[in-house]
Design a protein around this ligand. Structure first.
Ligand SMILES: NC(=O)c1ccc[n+]([C@@H]2O[C@H](COP(=O)([O-])OP(=O)(O)OC[C@H]3O[C@@H](n4cnc5c(N)ncnc54)[C@H](OP(=O)(O)O)[C@@H]3O)[C@@H](O)[C@H]2O)c1
Length: 329
């Protein structure tokens, strides 16, 4: 038997229950993985509350790492004993998970299992935002909201490596310091100061080429006033709540702007693309270019506490659940 954190009905953190389930079996093209770490992400909150609908009951968690303990038929990509990580497959808040091998990434020796779990979803996201959606170049100015968050700290570092001038926003002085340490040129305390006025001041009125906005409701519309003509609004999340519908004409009025609302699955659509992004992230980790901050770790059974912290804006960098906390390795 194993423990899994499940949702039986949508709601607040209290709906997360610790259930005893049978260890699942790997089918064709799948591997059974004993989890070392499961990543906590905002998408888990959306699925818990029902903002994103999933068939219930559901074991939450879209990201994890661990060791392959069994494989189904026709599996050539991994073997028993391999250290692997994944993102975008639901069910990782558990002691064991069955994962399609097409979504598994083998971890190189330089990347430990905790870091592997920490970088799969938020790291892949930061990678596609900075390299594919709007490929940042030397001289670009970008605004990164929630710059001390899981995606934020990684995105700031990748943006700096690509030569961009990075303005971050953060909810506290402590978070602002983390974002600056990650390389942000300026950080705005957007709960205290008007980020539109501050961004205009910092850029001498010129605005920014691209905004990476995961906060949504509170930041999206004001942000449109900060983009250069033909600039790009990348709305990739809604930690403050969903954005209301807009008239496309607004994009014309604000400067022939581009708007995209991407999701990671479409940017790791093929195995080649998945492995390319993972390989680059792992190389950057190994050579010290990318620092993965694990801000908090919780035992699996404390998943509700982890959700309260994430929604309460009390986390920085990555939050992990550790199924085997305290157990002999
Ligand atoms: N589309 C994709 O492919 C994709 C992939 C991964 C993540 N995302 C999105 O990226 C965002 C960040 O995800 P994450 O897991 O890395 O989380 P996170 O950034 O570590 O945490 C969310 C942060 O949002 C900020 N925030 C602002 N207003 C908030 C509010 N009313 N309630 C809660 N938080 C608020 C807080 O930072 P401050 O205190 O500094 O404001 C908070 O720490 C989420 O919106 C997520 O959905 C999208």
């Amino acid at each position: 038997m194993m423990q899994a954190i499940r949702v039986h009905e949508p709601g607040g953190p209290d709906v997360l229950t610790v259930d005893e389930l049978a260890v699942p079996t790997a089918g064709a093209g799948e591997a059974l993985v004993r989890l070392e770490a499961a990543g906590v992400n905002f998408i888990d909150v959306y699925k818990r509350t029902g903002l994103y609908r999933v068939p219930l009951p559901a074991t939450l968690g879209e990201e994890g790492s661990g060791t392959v303990v069994d494989v189904g038929s026709g599996v050539a990509e991994v073997k028993v004993g391999d250290r692997v990580a994944w993102a975008g497959v639901i069910g990782s808040y558990a002691d064991y998970a069955v994962i399609p091998v097409a979504r598994l990434v083998p971890l190189p020796a330089a990347v430990d299992l905790a870091v592997g779990a920490a970088v799969m979803l938020q790291g892949m996201t930061a990678h596609y935002l900075a390299t594919s959606i709007y490929p940042l170049r030397e001289g670009d100015r970008c605004l990164v909201h929630a710059a001390a968050g899981g995606v934020g700290l990684l995105l700031v570092q990748i943006a700096k490596h690509r030569g961009a001038y990075v303005i971050g926003t953060a909810g506290s002085e402590e978070k602002a310091t983390l974002a600056r340490d990650a390389g942000a040129d300026e950080v705005i305390l957007y709960a205290r100061d008007d980020f539109v006025a501050e961004t205009r001041r910092i850029t001498g009125g010129r605005g920014v080429n691209v905004i990476y906005d995961s906060v949504g409701r509170t930041t999206f519309l004001p942000g449109l006033d900060l983009l250069v003509p033909r600039g790009m609004m990348v709305l990739f999340g809604q930690s403050s709540g969903p954005v209301a519908p807009i008239d496309p004409q607004l994009l014309s009025q604000k400067g022939s702007l581009f708007l995209t609302r991407p999701t990671m699955g479409h940017y790791t659509a093929t195995r080649d693309e998945l492995l390319w992004r993972a390989r680059e992230l792992f190389e950057w980790i190994a050579d010290g270019r990318l620092n993965v901050r694990i801000g908090a770790e919780y035992a699996l059974a404390d998943a509700a506490e982890a959700h309260r912290a994430l929604e309460g804006r009390r986390t920085t960098g990555k939050v992990l659940l550790r199924p085997r906390a305290g157990a002999p390795q």
